[in-house]
Design a binder for this molecule. Structure first.
Ligand SMILES: Cc1ncc(C[n+]2csc(CCOP(=O)(O)OP(=O)(O)O)c2C)c(N)n1
Ligand SMILES: [Mg+2]
Length: 271
């Protein structure tokens, strides 16, 4: 196996572990943001286990997608699985949308559309300090309907923030249905290019493609980068991909048990 193939295989195993944690988190209370967690797992694996360096920041603008970050932080040893299984329960630190003080999170999520503005401030701050810190900001397609995102995009390119990478979770759905039907946001890369970004679409379920895109972003000078990730809600659990193309999943325990089995079968077939 080549060195690159070895890294891919290790990161794929991480992504699988992240997906398992996502399903176990939802199984606890029988509900959660399963679609987002499953579809962001590969991105989380590459971000947290290949891309991030010491001074870097992850700004999760899409607060409700925290489940994916929690699952990645479990892989890093920040959270125990037992605690993650209290996801969304009264009194738990593991909230569906995290707070600024929740370990591993830099901003309070929940009110959508604000994270890129905060990420721009952080990226500018890193540059002013003379630090090599980079900022990775995750926004959703639904958030792109908010004007504040585009003000922030304008500021990012005005300041030439090449230490900022915008990651768009373009899953093509939002709480009220298909994004294209609610209020279309495409063509996203062309819009971001017009705002001064180096922007491209990425298959976020291909580890090699993600790694190459991050590498390209790292070598882009003088402007921010954006990776428009064509995420598949529920990715990795075929029955979820087919029938849970929804914002939020509520289901009895057997459904989560079956999903875990499906996920493991898929992983065994891949190996
Ligand atoms: C400022 C703001 N407006 C409205 C909402 C209500 N809301 C919660 S999730 C959501 C859908 C947003 O779309 P997206 O993030 O693409 O949803 P997903 O693909 O993750 O289902 C909305 C409108 C909110 N949380 N914040
Ligand atoms: Mg969406």
């Amino acid at each position: 196996m080549t060195a690159g193939a070895q890294v891919t295989s290790t990161l794929e195993q991480r992504a699988h572990a992240i997906r398992r944690t996502v399903l176990r988190m939802c199984r606890g209370r029988g509900q959660g943001y399963a679609g987002q967690g499953l579809s962001l797992a590969d991105l989380m694996a590459v971000l947290y286990f290949d891309e991030l360096r010491d001074h870097d920041h992850v700004v999760l603008s899409t607060g409700h997608s925290a489940i994916a970050v929690f699952a990645a932080l479990h892989e890093q040893g920040v959270y125990e699985l037992e605690e993650l299984e209290t996801y969304g329960m009264d009194g738990s630190r593991i909230e569906e949308s995290p707070l600024e003080g929740t370990p591993g999170f830099e901003i309070t999520g929940g009110s959508l559309g604000q994270g890129l503005s905060q990420a721009v401030g952080m990226a500018l701050g890193e540059r002013i300090k003379g630090s090599d810190g980079r900022v990775y900001c995750i926004v959703s397609d639904g958030e792109l309907q908010e004007g504040q995102v585009w003000e922030a995009a304008m500021a990012a390119s005005h300041h030439g923030l090449d230490n900022l990478v915008l990651l768009v979770d373009n899953n093509r759905i939002q709480a009220d249905g298909d994004t294209a039907a609610v209020m279309g946001v495409e063509p996203i890369p062309a819009k971001l290019v017009a705002f001064g970004f180096a922007a491209r679409r990425v298959d976020p379920h291909s580890i090699p493609e993600l790694r190459a895109a991050f590498e390209e972003a790292r070598s882009t000078a003088g402007r921010p980068s954006a990776l428009v990730c064509e995420t598949v809600p529920g990715r990795g659990v075929p029955s979820f991909e087919a029938s849970q193309r929804v914002h939020y999943v509520r289901a009895p325990r057997e459904v989560w048990d079956r999903a875990l089995e499906e996920l493991d079968r898929g992983e065994q077939a891949r190996r």
